[in-house]
Design a protein around this ligand. Structure first.
Ligand code: SR1
Ligand code: MG
Length: 410
């Protein structure tokens, strides 16, 4: 099948049947995996935007091919540039260089057919699904704090120096994907929009949240930060569905990988921390709704763990900054406080968009309706707390204790 994009350009879409020939035609891939030994090709894409093929060989090797569709997979009338695949490939390379072992290994990028090839992580599972089942993967929240810190430092002016930072920033401007976030996360939930889907029993909750002048001002400020604070080559969509986890078993270590980096751009580091925080809120709301308070409390505790490890890792990297002349330790403290405030606001925005607007999450959507109504009400109260008071509550454990109280209140 062929996909056509703007200006009549077209490219061939992969299928399970054509993948072996595709690999045979890519030198970087056929060196890794003998096309004649391929035993299985599975299309496993379950996101909004791409084809994803897991390729397995009888010899035990495997790889993943991710091909961008030129439209939203769940709404083919909505075009999206397939050029995002190239941004993902470049970000995957950059993140591999600063945070190896915390993202999939990079194998190949095909700009003509919008395909990126990477490590097969079929022995991992998506963290959101594990959280939905009430499972505890210890250490994942800490790994993610370290991942964000390594990217935050290594791709920033601190890690790269002034000129390389500007060059990397210029090469990573990703306007179409940023616009999706500007619309879906920071705008549509706060206006009347056809994407919004609100249960009748939640109409008053959404109106109270989205109509609150303090909420609207804080969201506007967070959107401005997202659009203008080009701090580092952030992941850009670091929700729990963008994280693969593997528990430790005899002879096999635990593993955490952030994946699906197509929204990467130079933005505020707090947006990545906040994406995790917002999704911890959603997972905790599910726990409370199902009466599993212990799981909800465990999930909320991950917010402090992610923040602490981010802070420790970034601080450990700080002595290696490219230009210490006026970037002294006072700058470090001020910067960390800035990231914390951005994370609180982004966490609120990322949680609220999942219960008002486009692209819902299974944490909430698979709850029975009565429990869903209560969970959504709690998420919106917690989002307001993070937006309006979050930056001032500088202890994340205290902030997320209070968020838990608002999530579980009747
Ligand atoms: C049209 S894409 C919708 C959402 O999917 C991705 O996971 C991002 O969160 C985006 O907002
Ligand atoms: Mg995604």
């Amino acid at each position: 099948m062929t996909a056509t994009v703007d200006a009549g350009q077209s490219y061939e879409l992969l299928s399970a049947e054509t993948v072996p020939a595709y690999i045979a035609g890519r030198p970087a891939l056929r060196r890794l995996l003998d096309p004649a030994a391929i035993s299985q090709v599975r299309e496993v894409g379950d996101g909004n935007m791409n084809l994803v093929f897991v390729v397995e060989a009888a010899t035990g090797q495997g790889l993943v091919l991710k091909q961008a569709l030129p439209y939203v997979r769940v709404d083919p009338t909505w075009p999206i540039t397939p050029e995002r695949n190239g941004y993902e490939a470049r970000a995957l390379l950059a993140h591999n260089s600063v945070a190896p072992g915390l993202v999939p290994a990079f194998y190949d990028a095909d700009e003509a057919r919008h395909v990126v090839a990477m490590e097969d992580l079929s022995d991992h599972r998506v963290w959101r699904g594990a959280l939905n089942e009430g499972l505890r993967h210890e250490g994942v929240a800490a790994d993610l704090g370290r991942y964000v810190a390594r990217v935050a430092f290594g791709t920033s002016v601190f890690g790269l120096g002034a000129k390389a930072h500007k060059a990397a920033l210029a090469a990573s401007v990703n306007p179409e994907l940023c616009e999706i976030t500007e619309d879906l996360v920071f705008t549509e939930p706060y206006i009347r929009h056809e994407h919004n889907r609100i249960l009748p029993a939640n109409e008053a909750d959404v109106a109270a949240y989205a109509g609150d002048p303090e909420v609207r001002t804080a969201i506007g400020a967070a959107k401005l930060a997202f659009m203008t604070h080009a701090e580092a080559l952030i992941h850009g969509d670091l929700h729990t569905g963008s994280v693969l986890v593997r528990a430790e078993t005899p002879g096999i270590p635990a593993s955490t990988r952030a994946f699906d980096i197509e929204f990467a751009f130079y933005g505020p580091v707090g947006f990545d921390i906040g994406a995790l925080w917002g999704n911890y809120l959603l997972a905790a709301a599910r726990g409370f709704a199902l009466g599993d308070e212990a799981h909800a409390a465990w999930v909320l505790g991950r917010a402090e763990e992610t923040w602490r490890t981010f802070r420790e890792e970034f601080t450990a990297l700080w002595p290696d900054r490219a230009d210490p002349r006026v970037f002294g330790d006072g700058v470090l403290e001020g910067y960390l406080a800035k990231v914390y405030g951005d994370a609180a606001a982004a966490g609120a925005a990322k949680a609220a968009r999942r219960v008002i607007g486009f692209s819902r999450v299974t944490d909430i959507e698979t709850l029975p309706e009565e429990e869903r109504v209560r969970a959504i009400r709690g998420v919106l109260r917690a989002a307001r707390l993070l937006l309006v008071e979050g930056a001032a509550v500088t202890d994340p454990a205290a902030l997320f204790d209070r968020a838990g109280e608002t999530l579980s209140a009747p």
